[in-house]
Structures are given as C-alpha cells and as structure tokens.
Design a protein around this ligand. Sequence first.
Ligand code: PMP
Length: 351
Amino acid sequence: MSRYWSPFVKDLVPYVPGEQPKLSKLTKLNTNENPYGPSPKVLEVIKAEATAALRLYPDPNSDVLKTAIADYHGVAAEQVFVGNGSDEVLAHVFHGLFQHGKPLLFPDITYSFYPVYCGLYKIPYEVIPLDDKFQIKIEEYRGINGGIIFPNPNAPTGCFLSLAEIERLLTVNNETVVVIDEAYVDFGGDSAISLVDRFPNLLVTQTLSKSRSLAGLRVGFAVGHPDLIEALERIKNSFNSYPLDRLAQLGAAASFADEPYFQQTRQAVMAEREAMVTRLASFDFQVLPSSANFVFCRHMSRDASELAAGLREDGVIVRHFKMPRIEQYLRITVGRPEDSEVLFKSLQRLL
Ligand code: PMP
C-alpha cells in the first residue's frame, strides 16, 4: 500500500474472481463458461470487422446491438442498455439506481460482487437469509429499502424463483428499483423481461457470457423502462463513452441471429446437467435443484475442501466457497459429456 493512495482506495475490498488457469489441459468447471463456444456466425462477423474497421472508433451507442437485443426480446431499443459484461452493467446500476440512506436488500447467499459494489458506491445493505431449502423468501423483501437485487436463478445455488413470485414482489415494492440478474436464465428459467412493460421499477440484466458462450467478448445488457435506461446511459457517458468495442458490438449482435445454434447448445448443457445430477446422487452427493449451467452439491460424508483439492490433483477445477452455511458445498459447472467423464473418474478415485 502506497502513501499516495487515497483513504477511499485503502478501504476497498475488491471482488475475487474464480481462478482462470493458463493450462488448457485442465478440466475447467469453476466459472460457468459454456463448453460449446459461440455460434460460427459470430466468428465470421468478428473476423470481417477486425479486418475492415479496427482503426475506427466504435459506435458509442451500440445501436446495432441494442436493436438486435430489443428485437429478440420483443421490447423497444430505448428499453435496452448494453455494457462490457453484465458486471459493468451492474456497476452502473449500483452507481445510479439505488436510493442511498436506506438499505439495499439481497440474499445472504448470492453473487458476491453485490457487497463489493456496495462498498465501492457507499450503499448500505442488508442481507436476507435464504430459507432452509436455499430458496429466496420473497415476503422478506418488503421492508423499507433503497432497492432490491438478486440473481434468478440464484448463484451459486442454481435455484429458480417463479415469475409469479417476482410479480408478487413487484406488486408490493413499487417505490424502489428491483433488479433481477438473469445471468443464468437461459438454462431453464423464465425471464422477467416479460414484466418490464407493467413495472417501471423493474430492471432485468442478462449476459452473453454463459448461454451464448461469449465470456471472452464481455457483453451484458439490461432491459427496463426508458427512464431507468436513461439513468444508466448518463452514468456510462460520464465514465466511458465506448464501453463496447467494434468486435463486441457486432459479434454479440450476430449471436442473436443464430437461434438454432443457441437452442442446440443450451439444450446440450441442460441435458448434461440432468445426467450429472443423477450421477452425483449415485456418488452420495446431495444436489440442489438447478436451473443454471452449474450444480451446487454437498457430499454426505466427505469434506468439500478435501474433495476440491483431490479433484484439482486430477486436473479438475471446481468452485468451493468457504462461506458460512455453504462451506461443505461445491459448485460444478456443467461441461461436455467428456468433461463429466473426467470429473466422475476423479470422484471415483477419491470416494
Ligand atoms: N451475475 C451473476 C449472478 C454471475 O454469476 C455473473 C458471472 N460471474 C455475472 C453476473 C457477470 O457476468 P458477466 O460480467 O460475464 O456478464
């Protein structure tokens, strides 16, 4: 720590992302990437654009991409905001859409970037415990608050809350912004985008990192009332007018134009998830119901840190959160069937 740092930076507790190892030999099941890669159409567009136009600044408004997202989801382009990954979209949301002076509400077990952004933007928050089945209890999110945010499906549990429940929440909480972070919704959930026209305080965020296999391109978006989108645009334009480069804008837009590939790969992930759940149960794991591209499970008798370390020795990386209540759980990304073979071979050795 340097004496030149401001006291503000000294106090920051940054987010620690999952490990991104350099060794390609590893079976990487720790950060919920999609094993199938993006649509070939995305790659074609990126190659053409890289050859033709990299010397030029990108469109600061990402209009082509916003229109692609709006058309895909049946909303107007003015209802769409795009950013450099949904993490950046969320950063702008935390910066500008939650009321200060009242606590932001989110679950005790959830995406660990939320408390980090609260620290960065000085937002007070209150965590609401999940119930004993790790479900979000919607009736607990009704008190005075500066906003509400949770992922649906939740992370790292994978549990999904029905749209009827979300509607119930929006009906009683109409004073502050409710953000539904749908990073994993394409693997079995229903999107709350269908509710944005009825609830002007609802903002839904999604990412192209998971179901569209573009984590490396860094594209995320939000859909909501044009007033909410305008606030996000103001923040973006006070921070970085060109958050999405030319390749990201066009590549991401192209992924929405290849529906057969999208459907085929997400179905493959969901089918493999069900196979993994059955097989994990036969290895004496208790597995939470998952609507995401990962499973969250605990072994009935073996310690999670030892299992994670043992898997690692065999070149399999999974995520182990050493947090209260979930320290005995492992979060395992759904890979290809051949990745599961490596995983279960290692579990066979360890158990
Ligand atoms: N929300 C949740 C719940 C996530 O798990 C992630 C991935 N770590 C993100 C948002 C951010 O994803 P990205 O920045 O790649 O869009």
